[in-house]
Design a binder for this molecule. Sequence first.
Ligand SMILES: Cc1cc2nc3c(=O)[nH]c(=O)nc-3n(C[C@H](O)[C@H](O)[C@H](O)COP(=O)(O)OP(=O)(O)OC[C@H]3O[C@@H](n4cnc5c(N)ncnc54)[C@H](O)[C@@H]3O)c2cc1C
Length: 161
Amino acid sequence: MAESDPRWWRKITNPMLPRAADFAPRLFARSTMFATIVEDLPYSHNRITLDKNAPNGMRFEYEYTKELKWRNAYFRKRVRDTLSRKHRVRVLTGRNNINFGHVCGTCKFGDDPATSVLDSTNRAHDLENLYVVDASFFPSSSGTNPSLTVAANALRVADNM
Ligand SMILES: Cc1cc2nc3c(=O)[nH]c(=O)nc-3n(C[C@H](O)[C@H](O)[C@H](O)COP(=O)(O)OP(=O)(O)OC[C@H]3O[C@@H](n4cnc5c(N)ncnc54)[C@H](O)[C@@H]3O)c2cc1C
């Protein structure tokens, strides 16, 4: 037998949801929603390390730095200040919106083998016949959606090969 929902107020609010869903598009018809992304700089302390005690043999280390928090807040302020000259602006985001949808940088490219895994043609510094062309080559997160850059770079690398 299905358990009853402990949230008693749902019995009152649930029947109202379809009406709210009908009404919302009219209420927000002239609204536009923006999502923002900021660049995540390539700090060496943000990384994946090997750890034989971890369940999958790897440990993920990430610090949400003060500098990044500041840039996030500043970026939102600039967007709000610019748009609010002509529009009513509401910032809906949470304080910590970190997510791992755009993971990158684990095999970053660069000229120095001491600080990068791949050279500028995406070939491994240490192996002549190994090229890596996924999002791991990014030296920095770029602050935009990465898929098209990943694809464009893969084509560039293929041309070079
Ligand atoms: C929810 C979400 C929304 C996103 N939205 C956008 C967006 O709107 N625009 C945008 O540009 N980007 C978006 N991204 C990011 C984008 O999807 C990734 O940056 C991009 O797919 C990275 O490409 P990739 O080739 O590096 O990795 P992936 O696309 O993850 O490809 C990795 C591949 O390797 C395979 N693989 C993994 N391990 C092994 C193994 N050991 N052996 C063999 N194969 C293996 C996996 O099965 C997978 O097919 C989004 C990501 C998420 C999670």
